[in-house]
Design a protein around this ligand. Structure first.
Ligand code: AMP
Length: 476
């Protein structure tokens, strides 16, 4: 099937041709003809399936007839996060370049003024996050009774983020007679209720079973032997050092860990920056841009901030921990292996992740292949061999280096991290160098150096181990 068969006009076909799309994806073939006919659509699809175009294209087609009135947008796309909203706006601009349609992006974290200006001129399409949209509405800057097409994207995410009351309000502020295009990767009962209440006889278009993992992603699991974040961070670095890693997103369950992991990686001279909801919008966008252009190699992210980010060339996804919701695992690893490229996901799982891991395995219906990178789980020193040496400058030394010296053998192919000299010779980005200099100025030389507590043997205490500190952490 071609885009022409879906009933799209020549102006849109040209834009799609320019975008390099030759064939519609399954969600596009299923949803576009229905949406063009004016019917409601319930699309069950994950990001990465081409679902954005499946609602943006028919919307452009339908809006190309008629004109916008001041403060009365003709269509509204609601997105759970600012990044997703900005991404959909980019898509809209790409597809609508041959049309005279006005688009306003209403997201938090940026000034109201310019947004209001576009609203006053008359927006054909409004792309918004629920909070900022209702803010504008409350200020009387916008009326929603001219909305003819309402798109709700990533509805299950909105549920996770507590936006259901806002969504209900948005539905009730828009006219009862309109077209609704509703997308969700999964259909939990709350979402099902919303659909039954607000959609009219929707055509259900489902492209992949909810929560199936892409076949193009090789999923790996690294067992973490204890509950210490430091062990996890060492194993993470061993995973990042694998030769096939070009770039990657590192997911953490908690915002606090996003910062801690990013800082720790910076201290170890990795090009890594955090992205989470507490950072300023401008900073998040700048970080994302640096990641997209390749200036930044690793993005450390929370689920919410990275949700649905469209970054075509991510070689790896790393799960610093197993997500609390098994669905999130599928979303996370869906950031790689996109658009036909192959990808790898590496999940670190410690004892504390056991329950979440079992839920993921149940959801995806198969075990995740276990691997050990650069020594994997550190083992106790063998008899007659010296205990592992701890780097004098920074105790949080790569696990692989430790295991290599202990075993006294050359690591097998695919197992090693670059030799220290090669690692030192790795080109640094300017940001990386600056980060390191800054942290050194602060005298912040490693996670372990904070707090110099010693136990009765004069050994440095490691928080969290109590009396059971394993041998490999002891140093003379
Ligand atoms: P989405 O699921 O909307 O986030 O889209 C995922 C990626 O697929 C985006 O980079 C789109 O630009 C791209 N894409 C969407 N439709 C097509 C298509 N028909 N052919 C090739 N790439 C596409």
């Amino acid at each position: 099937m071609s885009f022409k068969d879906l009933g799209l006009s020549p102006a849109l076909l040209t834009a799609l041709d320019d975008a390099g799309y030759t064939q519609p994806t399954p969600i596009q073939s299923g949803a576009i003809p229905v949406a063009l006919s004016g019917r409601d659509v319930l699309g069950i699809a994950q990001t990465g399936t081409g679902k954005t175009a499946s609602f943006v294209l028919p919307m452009i087609e339908r809006l190309s007839r008629g004109r916008a009135k001041a403060r009365m947008p003709r269509s509204l796309i609601v997105e759970p996060t600012r990044e997703l909203a900005a991404q959909v706006a980019e898509n809209f601009e790409k597809y609508a370049k041959n049309f005279k349609l006005n688009m306003a992006l209403l997201i938090g974290g940026v000034a109201f003024g310019p947004q209001e200006k576009i609203l006053n001129q008359g927006a054909d399409v409004l792309i918004a996050t629920p909070g900022r949209l209702l803010d504008h509405f409350e200020r009387g800057r916008l009326l929603l009774n001219g909305v003819q097409i309402l798109v709700v994207d990533e509805a299950d995410r909105m549920l996770d983020m507590g936006f259901i009351p806002d969504l209900e309000r948005i539905f009730s502020l828009t006219p009862p007679v309109k077209q609704t295009l509703f997308f969700s990767a999964t259909m939990p009962p709350e979402i099902q209720r919303l659909v039954s209440r607000f959609l009219k006889d929707p055509e259900r278009v489902e492209v992949a079973k909810p929560a199936t993992t892409a076949a193009t992603v090789r999923q790996l699991l690294v067992r973490v032997p204890d509950r210490t974040p430091k062990t996890k961070r060492a194993l993470l670095r061993a995973a990042l050092d694998q030769p096939d890693v070009k770039n990657g997103i590192i997911f953490c369950n908690r915002k606090r860990d996003v910062d801690v992991v990013a800082r720790s990686l910076q201290r170890h001279n990795y090009s890594a920056d955090p992205i989470h909801g507490d950072l300023e919008q401008r900073q998040r966008m700048a970080t994302l841009d640096r990641f997209k252009t390749g200036e930044l190699r690793f993005l450390v992210a929370s689920d919410v901030a990275a949700r649905g980010l469209d970054i075509p060339a991510v070689s790896h996804v790393f799960n610093f921990d197993v997500p609390h919701h098994a669905d999130d695992y599928v979303h996370r690893i869906g950031r790689t292996g996109r658009a036909g490229l192959s990808g790898v996901s590496v999940t670190l799982a410690g004892p504390e992740d056991a329950k979440n891991l079992a839920a993921v395995v149940k959801l995806i219906g198969k075990d995740i292949e276990e691997v050990r990178f650069g020594g994997g789980a550190p083992a106790a020193p063998e008899a007659g061999e010296p205990a592992a040496q701890t780097d004098a400058r920074d105790g949080d030394k790569p696990a692989s280096g430790r295991s290599r010296s202990r075993r006294g053998r050359k690591p097998a192919d695919g197992e090693s991290r670059p030799a220290p000299a090669a690692d030192a010779a790795r080109p640094r980005t300017p940001g990386e160098k600056g980060d390191r200099e800054r942290s050194e100025k602060r005298g912040d030389k490693g996670d372990e150096r904070r707090g110099g507590d010693r136990n009765e043997d004069g050994e440095r205490k490691v928080t969290g181990f109590g009396a059971d500190m394993p041998d490999f952490f002891r140093r003379r």
